[in-house]
Design a protein around this ligand. Structure first.
Ligand code: PEP
Ligand code: MG
Length: 566
């Protein structure tokens, strides 16, 4: 393809990087099918066991490195992969396949992994699709050991942009360190473990670029725009210089943000809380200056298990989080499992009802230990909310501890499906608070699956903006708090608009808290409100974007404005 070339992907880690491409994994491995004679099965099994143990060791080393560099916050991500190395469904099934089907270990690994990941990939929930990628990563590590291959390292002292089909989190720990300055992957999602690590390491990343990624040649100059989710190939000297200047401005923009308050230029205070998935993120949340946990995604505690932890185990986790954050508030969201494990307060099977009640009892008990709220995801009818609240009361009565029975526990809901946003005034009669989830709201409104990365699933579409505004207006009329915890608030381009719409409380991933504060400090609410009024009258997301760049760009230029004026 001719140069220059611009590829579109998902902005997974903000920042700008420019450097020569270092291609990883272009040599596609060809697996051979081999029949194993009965007499050789035990040797083949031993070969597989050795591969499992070496692969586990490799991940242990990555975990130690990660802990040394960034503390224990993100180490549990790698625990998931370590546990998978002892998983009966995966590891035992591979051994059985070698033994019973009489096939070589490589073929058995590929066959079992495929059998496990196929149904997960078809699931409508991004949570389960992500688990399919976890299986892919373990498969890759096992095959590498079996085929006697080594991890490909950047092998250069000069800055490089890694370009890969995909990158497992364990490999990311080694490879996102210097000299790597940027990451581009063919697969991947903004919420993947590798994306979380890229943000932790501060490496700008664009993922999910698709097959066009193959267009990039080894050594050619690549520009990674982690704001726009774009990759530029064949960049000119001028573009490189502008990108470098932009990167420096971005760093300067963030300087000192830990110490400053989240107050707009015209003196309006904004509350910035953190979205977390793991209890170990609490330390980082406090360090980032987050004023609470606006969204605790509890389903992540079930990553490596078939069912949720016991009530006592959950209570311990919630108690520890609430105590560490006190006096700041923590919003625990009940398990947001969709697909076949939908946990919604109405329409529950016996087993799911038990799980949900176990969780609610644990949160009720923890609510005496700090400032705690409970939130239900994916609420789509008022009756569902009423049912969920009744379930909370049912759990309260069942508690043995009198103080936990009388604990104050605000019960709120996510506004993340169009029905809830449209009927928000009715929901507000029953909810103690709202949290707008723009990730699901944008996808449901635009009739796209959650995993669909098409640009039209954007909260900047005026249809989505009107739903968001409707939710906020209903909350204001009912005098209940309303925050925005979807990724719209984490996007520096969109955050100004969020403030203009009237939100005074947003919740963003921990790594984005300082950036969100920097954006708030550069926004003038009067200007942002006029921008929001205009945006609500636009006919397309592109028009909204143009209004934002035109009206808020002056102060936020260093962050997103394309040097060419686009
Ligand atoms: C959302 O949908 O915007 C949201 C915050 O929830 P999640 O991303 O966990 O689905
Ligand atoms: Mg959601």
């Amino acid at each position: 393809m001719t140069r220059p070339l611009r590829l579109k992907g998902i902005a997974a880690s903000i920042g700008v990087a420019v450097g020569p491409a270092r291609l990883l994994g272009r040599e596609r491995r060809r697996l051979a099918y081999k029949r194993i004679e009965d007499a050789a099965v035990s040797t083949e099994l031993a070969r597989f066991e050795e591969a499992v143990s070496k692969s586990r060791e490799e991940i242990e080393v990555a975990k130690q490195e990660l802990t040394q560099q960034h503390g224990s916050t993100y180490a549990p991500i790698l625990d998931v992969y370590l546990l998978m190395h002892g998983d009966a469904l995966l590891i035992d099934a591979i051994s059985e396949s070698i033994r019973n089907d009489g096939i070589n270990a490589e073929w058995a690994v590929a066959r079992v992994a495929e059998r496990l990941r196929a149904p997960l990939l078809r699931d409508s929930s991004s949570y389960f699709r992500e688990r399919a990628h976890d299986i892919d990563h373990v498969k890759e590590h096992l095959l590498r050991q079996l085929c006697g291959e080594h991890r490909e390292d950047p092998s250069s002292d000069d800055p490089v942009v890694l370009v890969a089909h995909d990158l497992s989190p364990a490999d990311a720990v080694h490879m996102l360190a210097p000299p790597t300055v940027g990451l581009v992957t063919e697969l991947g999602a903004g919420s993947s473990h590798t994306a979380i690590l890229a943000r932790t390491f501060g490496v700008p990343a664009v993922v999910g670029v698709g097959a066009l990624c193959l267009e990039i040649e080894d050594g050619e100059e690549v520009l990674v725009d982690g704001f726009a989710g774009e990759v530029g190939i064949g960049v000119s000297t001028q573009q490189r210089e502008e990108a470098e200047a932009r990167r420096n401005r971005f760093h300067a923009f963030l300087q000192g943000e830990h110490a400053s308050a989240a107050v707009t230029r015209d003196g309006v205070e904004v509350t910035i809380t953190a979205n977390v998935e793991l209890p170990t993120e609490i330390e980082a949340a406090l360090e980032s200056g987050a004023e609470g946990i606006g969204l605790y995604r509890t389903e992540f505690m079930c990553l490596d298990r078939a069912e949720p932890p016991s009530e006592d185990d959950q209570f311990e986790i919630y108690r520890a989080v609430a105590t560490a954050m006190a006096p700041r508030n923590v919003v625990f969201r009940t398990f947001d499992w969709r697909g076949d494990k939908r946990l919604r307060a109405h329409d529950l099977g016996d087993r799911e009802r038990l799980w949900l009640k176990t969780q609610i009892r644990a949160v009720l008990r923890a609510s005496g230990q700090g400032s705690v709220s409970l939130m239900f995801p994916m609420v789509s009818t008022v009756d569902e909310l009423i049912g969920a609240k009744a379930l909370v009361e049912e759990c309260r009565v069942e508690l043995a501890d009198a103080s936990a029975r009388s604990a104050v526990l605000p019960v709120g809901m996510m506004v993340e499906v169009p029905s809830a946003a449209l009927l928000a005034d009715r929901f507000a009669e029953h909810a103690d608070f709202f949290a707008v989830g723009t990730n699901d709201l944008a996808h449901y409104t635009m009739a796209l699956e959650r995993g669909d990365g098409r640009a039209s699933a954007t909260p900047l579409d005026p249809a989505v903006l009107r739903l968001i505004a409707n939710g906020l207006a209903a909350a204001a009329a009912a005098d209940i708090p309303c925050s925005l915890c979807g990724d719209m608030a984490a996007d520096p381009v969109a955050l100004g608009l969020v403030l203009g719409l009237g939100f005074r409380s947003v919740s963003v991933p921990v790594s984005v808290v300082p950036l969100a504060r920097a954006v708030v400090r550069n926004v003038n609410i009067e200007v942002a409100s006029r921008v929001a009024e205009e945006a609500l009258e636009c006919h397309s997301a592109a028009a909204v974007r143009a209004v934002l760049a035109d009206r808020l760009g002056e102060r936020l230029d260093p962050l997103w404005k394309d040097p060419s004026g686009g």
